[in-house]
Structures are given as C-alpha cells and as structure tokens.
Design a protein around this ligand. Structure first.
Ligand code: ZN
Length: 163
C-alpha cells in the first residue's frame, strides 16, 4: 500500500469524465487501499481516483476519520433526497481554498462495492456533503465550479497569493 502524489488544479485529469469500473479485481482493491492511505496521509475525509491521476469511477470516504468506517464505492450514482445544506468545503486538489457550497442536505447513493455487489446508502450531514463532493470529481467537477464566477475568481486569487 502506498501514499500517492496528488493531482492539483489545473491538472487535466481533474476535468475528465471518469471511466466506469468494469472489473472487480485484486488490482482494484489495491487501488482503493492506496486511495485510503493517500486520503489519511493528507488528513482528507474523502478522495476520488482522478485526484491521484486515475480516470476511474472510484472513491473512498470516511468523514468520521475512525478506523473501520471507511466507505469505498465504484460506479456511484447520486440522487438528492431533500433539504439544503451550505457548509465550508475544501479539496486536496485545490490547495489553500475553502468556501461555502450549496448542496443537498440528504442524498441516496447507489454504486458497487469492491466485489461488484450493489451498494445503496442514504446519507445526511457531513457524509452527504462528502458523497456529493466525491461524485462531482468523477464527473470532472470541482467544488469551485459550484460557486459564482466572482466567488471563484476571488478564492483562487487568494489561494495563489497564499501559496
Ligand atoms: Zn475534492
């Protein structure tokens, strides 16, 4: 298992639609473990495969940061399940930038686990936000895309100044 280098803005892989996972092999399991190692090494609560340069529909998350509560999902599909939330987000691929983002307060996630078995999850609170953030990554979207043009410009300017 290893900690991998992160891809940061403006790396093109972050803007690609990730490819579906179609084989649930030991290699996929190893990739998921590397994603977890990399997430923990960077104090993240979620990490999507494109963030380490793999254009693949796979992400890991653990908003509790407690061992054993990791979530690993391939080929996720999200549906909003009601409510509105607006919390401050950051992203390991957009260093030194944090901003409030509008999202659904509750979501329903469908996907597959590492064996290819169907996985269905209802989430609220921080987990619901993390799921939306990570699924965005798999569609080539970043949290800054959900801000207004002006908010994004000001945020990136500040981040560059603090780099
Ligand atoms: Zn992110």
């Amino acid at each position: 298992m290893s900690v991998l280098p992160l891809c940061v803005l403006p790396h093109p892989v972050l803007r690609q639609q990730a490819q579906p996972v179609d084989s649930f092999t030991r290699g996929l399991r190893r990739m998921a473990m590397d994603l977890l190692d990399t997430m923990y090494a960077n104090d993240g609560v979620g990490l999507a495969a494109p963030q380490v340069g793999w254009s693949l529909q796979l992400f890991v998350a653990n908003p509790s940061q407690q061992a054993g509560r990791e979530l690993i999902v391939a080929n996720p599909v999200l549906e909003p399940a009601g409510g509105r939330a607006r919390i401050v987000e950051g992203c390991l691929s957009v260093p030194k930038a944090w901003h409030r983002v509008r999202r659904s307060a509750r979501v329903r996630l469908r996907g597959q686990d590492l064996s290819g078995h169907p996985l269905v999850l209802e989430a609220e609170g921080l987990l619901a936000i993390v799921l939306q953030h990570e699924v965005d990554h798999l569609g080539g979207r970043l949290f800054i895309d959900r801000l207004s043009w002006w908010q994004r410009r000001r945020l990136l300017w500040r981040a560059a100044r603090n780099a």
